[in-house]
Design a protein around this ligand. Structure first.
Ligand code: GCB
Length: 592
């Protein structure tokens, strides 16, 4: 029976995710009330709060009344922010924490209100004034719940139970190489919209066309007949369309546009309006496609000079969330000479993606199908599909995003292939204009100096991602020079990871591990090897900045940090940073 259900699920017939995302698009273009700031927080390792009803926010009514918790007397945690770096005792904590935020609100007729969380890791249950609004799974995707009927005119309290306990059926599962930061890690706000509002929209160039825009607007509670208009004043566009019974207006029209590119990251003001609702956005227009072994941006072959990065804060440690964090991190990416960045290993905050749009950095965005997860479990598939859908729902109008990535270093086995093939189908259904990739690491060895990227997943991808650690986990540095690479598919290749660890300031000979010289030497060998790889369309070495990881314990060297960064977490640039910078300059100067 279980088997049958799985077959049905994998056949795509009973997917929870065929329902569109409930995310309200473009929160930055809406009327919002911030709920960021100090929240009271109760750390609840045994999860007593569920049975004791912490969501009711009770207070003793008399001197004999027994209430065994108190938000009022509990210390605060800042939102946004992981709890691990806010309190020393919580650095290694995994489990539930109850958050409470009190706020005054003035309700108005014909205004609907949604509570929006940019992200909370991993499982979140949200209550308003003692009533459950909803539950969300996944540590890096945004979610919102309607609060209109529960919101009071006057004082309100919002409670969120956030639980970052790792689970075998979760995405990611039990093991991953980054810190399991818990808490409400991105902004929280109320979104105010009219009774009938614009839920989401897609305004993009038609696949393969540089002069035709196609897309859709999805309304919430449309009152037919209803019209939607799309305006791009600078391009002289003002088009009006009818909303259909499914709450959608679909459109296609010609437009004369300057195309978005790293050299010219042109964004247009786009105004979508319908009835009482108007949303402003800034959207860039470009095409991205694959032709043979090349990636074409606006019809021209482009080499992706990239770097991988985590969403970790420079200088202060912890999760990155602010625009300032994004400016520092992406500023370094630009200094390196990149036109491309891989946001590993999960969807990053919207500040990063919006800034990439403005700076002209192309983006690889991925969901945390990382290493081994419970591939045969329908619940796990459902979670991965929902995370994919919601990643795409938030960012599908960003010109910067050119690649959706389905997974990272997942082991080759049949149930995993079935799972990831389903995600490839989903990704193309949610967004037909981006390319699909995955970071793979399964190779065949015909001999010590020969490797073939042969992971069967390659068949369903537009672009092949390869993580290889020659000279670090595998092979000696000298072997790298002789390595011959082959691909099982004639598709563009991105070397999505290579690297080695060195704490900043640790020096020695070029063959002495954990030194900057060794890391630099490794980059030197790697860069000349990758240049010889077939179909090479770009690289994103591992990694921009050192980051925390419970799996990296070596005292004096790692101290719970992965030290493969080109920059330390205090902003110091290592030798290998300049090696890669020189390489990218050479490529850019050659006009590749
Ligand atoms: C990998 C993973 C990345 C790790 C890295 C490492 O292959 O994709 O998440 O952090 O290797 O440093 O070993």
């Amino acid at each position: 029976m279980k088997g049958c259900l799985l077959v049905l699920l994998l056949a795509g017939s009973v997917h929870a995710v065929t329902a569109p995302s409930t995310l309200i698009a473009n929160v930055q273009g809406r009327t919002t009330v911030s709920l960021d700031g100090a929240w009271r927080a109760i750390v609840d390792p045994f999860e007593n709060g569920k049975s004791s009803g912490f969501f009711r926010n009770e207070k003793p009514r008399s001197k004999s009344d027994r209430v065994e918790y108190s938000f009022d007397a509990s210390p605060v945690l800042n939102v946004p922010g992981d709890w691990n770096t806010q309190r020393e005792q919580l650095m290694f904590y995994e489990g539930p924490v109850w958050y409470r935020r009190e706020f005054a609100y003035h309700t108005r007729a014909n205004i609907r209100v949604f509570v929006y969380f940019g992200a909370a890791n991993y499982q979140t249950t949200v209550y308003l004034n003692g009533e459950k609004l909803g539950e969300h799974e996944g540590g890096f995707t945004a979610f919102n719940f309607e609060a209109t009927s529960v919101l009071r005119d006057g004082d309100n309290f919002l409670i969120a139970e956030v639980n970052n306990m790792r689970r075998a059926d979760a995405v990611p599962a039990l093991k991953f190489d980054w810190w399991n930061y818990g808490g409400i890690t991105r902004d929280v706000m109320l979104i105010e919209v009219p009774s009938t509002f614009i839920q989401d929209y897609s305004v993009q160039l038609e696949r393969g066309s540089q002069s035709e825009i196609s897309g859709w607007v999805r309304m919430n509670a449309a009152q037919l007949p209803q019209k939607v208009s799309v305006e791009i004043p600078e391009a002289g566009v003002r088009e009006t369309f009818n909303v259909d019974r499914e709450n959608r207006a679909r459109f296609r029209f010609a437009a004369k546009l300057e195309l978005w590119s790293p050299a010219h990251p042109k964004l247009y003001d786009v105004i979508i309006s319908s009835g009482d609702d108007t949303v402003h956005d800034q959207i860039g227009f470009r095409t991205i496609e694959v032709k043979g072994a090349k990636i074409l941006l606006n019809g021209e072959p482009i080499f992706l000079r990239g770097i991988s990065m985590h969403e970790e804060a420079p200088f202060r440690e912890g999760r990155a969330f602010s625009l300032e964090d994004a400016q520092t991190l992406l500023g370094w990416v630009k200094d390196l000479g990149c036109n491309f960045v891989r946001f590993a290993h999960y969807p990053h905050n919207e500040n990063e993606i919006r800034l990439a749009d403005r700076m002209g950095l192309m983006v690889w965005s991925e969901i945390p199908d990382y290493w081994d997860i419970d591939w045969s479990n329908p619940r796990t598939l459902e979670s991965a599909e929902a995370q994919l859908r919601d990643m795409i729902a938030r960012d599908h109008n960003r010109a910067a995003v050119i690649l959706w990535s389905l997974s990272n270093e997942t082991p080759v086995k049949p149930e995993r292939l079935t799972f990831l093939k389903q995600l490839a189908l989903d990704a193309r259904e949610f967004d037909s204009t981006r390319l699909i990739t995955s970071a793979m690491n399964h190779t065949d060895k015909a001999g010590p100096e020969s490797r073939t990227l042969s992971d069967p997943l390659g068949e369903v991808l537009d672009v092949l991602g390869l993580n290889e650690y020659m000279g670090w986990y595998e092979a000696r540095l000298e072997d790298i020079d002789k390595m011959q690479w082959k691909l099982a598919w004639d598709k563009p290749l991105i070397v999505s990871e290579f690297g080695g660890g060195a704490p900043y300031g640790r020096h020695g000979d070029a063959d002495e591990i954990w030194t900057e010289e060794f890391q630099d030497n490794l980059y030197q060998h790697q860069l000349s090897m990758v240049e010889r790889m077939p179909n090479l369309a770009g690289i994103t070495p591992w990694v921009l900045m050192d980051f925390r990881s419970p799996a990296r314990m070596l005292p004096g060297v790692q101290d719970y940090h992965n030290r493969k960064g080109l920059i330390s977490n205090r902003g110091q640039h290592k030798m290998a940073f300049y090696r890669l910078q020189t390489f990218y300059k050479k490529i850019a100067d050659a006009g590749r």
